[in-house]
Design a protein around this ligand. Structure first.
Ligand code: NAD
Length: 531
């Protein structure tokens, strides 16, 4: 019997630790980094809680030290995909009938593990495998992941408490059912927290999951899986199937029990998945819910009334933290001509002070980009700018993949506001700047709105409130997360629910009740009490 009515679960963001020399967290993390580098793990496919070793393997390497391999993972084939779907469906009934407070307890416990005894392990994996610095790993894999788990739990009673009105002699009730079938979660390489949230948000609402992590980050995804197991997640609720993206996806997307996609990654991949689902639409038992957070070409506009120091800091941090591999990274900037000389000097000075290198050195600001493909793509854009008469590289531009995939923080000045690097997502440490005449502020807002197909994040730096108000209105559809006098990155769960529209996704706001609602299908019961 459970007749406990819980109206509210309190949510507080996990505090960010500092990793100062000699601090307990630093000592523990350094120990774990060493430990991981000196061991080698063999990562299985995990279906219904059982480990399967297919023998078709991929490797886990360090992007900043590409010849160091610290693990291998087994890839799922079509056969394992079918098995995973069957096991998920087998686990479904028991899981969805479990009292929601018990499901929430598993993820609240997972949050305690992330923030406590597993913190060093998950941060070390993120640093080594995704080449994140201490700070970037801590805000992602420790704090944001714990925040997602806790905030999702806190959102459940808010959703469940919402009930229809019941006039005289009638009792109306809404029951919040999970979806019928299984959810396919597909995660990107760049955020451990997102990788954890994609399978876990639908799961906390009572759904069962088939989860394909990004190949470059399977190691960290496996740490998350193990942690969830330790937190008490029952077998079969989340099935872990790393593998070749199209082979796995083709098999998943044709299954009639598919009832939802929880995706974060590039726009093209999500468009293709959507297309495949469209082609298969008559085969499904239900209309799959499609949730995808995709690419960005995030803007910063600096008005001539801006605080120059804050704007410069926002540009550099926004563009270069985590090597520009955040979907929200500042990648195109529009700066008023009158303030440009001052800003130019400051941002070049700041970029010159950025240490690129080994993420185990605490003063490193940028590690390596994720892999060879990404390195080649970024270098391609930089080379394009080097060879163009419409642009000038005013800082950086060097790329070196001899030891790891290192790209210098790079600033391009574009003469043409539609220059290629002003429009396309590069997903690397490249900021392109266009200088606008101070008296063309309104036209520049229109330019920003029309330049790129994406609409994820954007920022304005200004002190003039008329300018801020104008930008807020003119750019209302240009970003799902808009920042005033702050960089366009660093959204915090519960504070700035995250997501964008247009080519940036379905804007279902990860880590909020809007997102959880997508994994819920309400049933309403009317009972007439007088009959
Ligand atoms: P990606 O699209 O290459 O991969 C994402 C996932 O999709 C991976 O698991 C990958 O294996 C899988 N995938 C690749 N091809 C597939 C296919 N044909 N069918 C099915 N699945 C396939 O993206 P990535 O490089 O891992 O991540 C970077 C991208 O993610 C950027 O575009 C970035 O803007 C975006 N992103 C967006 C957000 C957001 O909240 N909007 C957050 C993080 C990352």
């Amino acid at each position: 019997m459970n007749n406990i009515v819980i109206e509210k679960i309190d949510f507080v963001n996990e505090a960010v630790l500092k990793y100062e020399e000699g601090s307990p967290e630093r000592i523990e993390l350094e120990k774990e980094l060493k430990n991981m580098k000196n061991s080698f793990i063999d990562i299985p496919v995990i279906i219904g809680g059982k480990e399967i070793r297919t023998g078709n393997k991929g490797t886990c390497i360090l992007p900043h030290n590409k010849n160091m391999v610290i693990g291998e993972f087994h890839k799922a084939s079509e056969k394992e995909v079918e098995l995973a779907i069957n096991e998920a469906l087998k686990a479904k009934e028991k899981w969805e009938r479990m009292h929601w407070q018990s499901r929430a307890a598993i993820f609240l416990r997972a949050a305690e593990l992330v923030a406590g005894s597993w913190r060093a392990k998950i941060n070390a994996a993120t640093m080594l495998i995704q080449s994140k610095t201490y700070k970037q790993a801590e805000i992602d894999s420790a704090c944001e992941l714990a925040d997602f788990f806790r905030n999702n739990a806190a959102c459940l009673p808010q959703i469940y408490a919402e009930q229809p009105i019941s006039p005289d002699k009638v009792w109306n009730k809404t029951e919040y059912r999970p979806l019928e079938g299984f959810i396919y979660a597909v995660s990107p390489f760049n955020f451990t927290s997102i990788a954890g949230n994609l399978p876990c948000a639908p799961a906390i609402a009572g759904n069962v999951i088939v989860w394909k992590p990004a190949s470059a980050a399977v190691y960290t995804a496996y740490v998350i899986y193990q942690l969830l197991k330790e937190a008490g997640l029952p077998e079969g609720v989340i099935n872990f199937i790393p593998g070749d993206a199209s082979e796995v996806s083709d098999a998943v997307l044709r299954d009639k029990h598919l009832c939802g996609i929880h995706f974060t990654g590039s726009t093209r991949v999500f468009q293709d998945m959507w297309g495949t689902i469209g082609n298969n639409i008559k085969n499904y038992r239900t209309f799959p819910r499609l949730v995808g957070e995709t690419g960005g070409k995030d803007f910063v506009i600096v008005h001539n009334s801006a605080n120059i120091q804050s704007a410069s800091r926002g540009l550099v941090d926004g563009a270069f933290e985590y090597q520009g591999q955040k979907c929200s990274a500042a990648s195109r900037a529009y700066i008023a001509r009158s303030v440009w000389p001052e800003i130019k000097e400051i941002i070049i000075g700041k970029a010159a002070g950025i240490k690129v290198g080994d993420i185990e050195e605490i003063d490193t600001f940028m590690g390596a980009v994720i892999d060879q493909k990404s390195f080649d793509k970024i270098k391609g854009y930089i080379d394009y700018a080097k060879n163009s008469n419409d642009a000038e590289i005013i800082f950086g531009g060097n790329c070196d993949d001899s030891k790891g995939y290192f790209v210098e923080p790079t600033i391009i000045l574009a003469k043409d506001p539609h220059f290629k690097t002003m429009e396309e997502e590069i997903f690397g440490p490249v900021l392109t700047i266009y200088i606008y005449d101070d008296n063309k502020f309104d036209e520049t807002l229109a330019l920003i709105d029309n330049t790129s197909g994406y609409a994820l994040t954007g920022a304005i730096f200004a002190r003039d409130r008329y300018a801020i108000d104008k930008a807020e209105k003119a750019l209302v559809n240009a970003a799902g997360n808009f920042y005033i006098n702050d960089r366009p990155t660093g959204a915090v769960v519960g504070q700035q629910p995250f997501g964008g529209s247009r080519l940036s996704g379905t804007n279902d706001k990860a880590g909020s009740k809007f997102n959880l609602m997508r994994w819920i299908s309400p049933r309403v019961t009317k009972e007439t009490l007088s009959n």
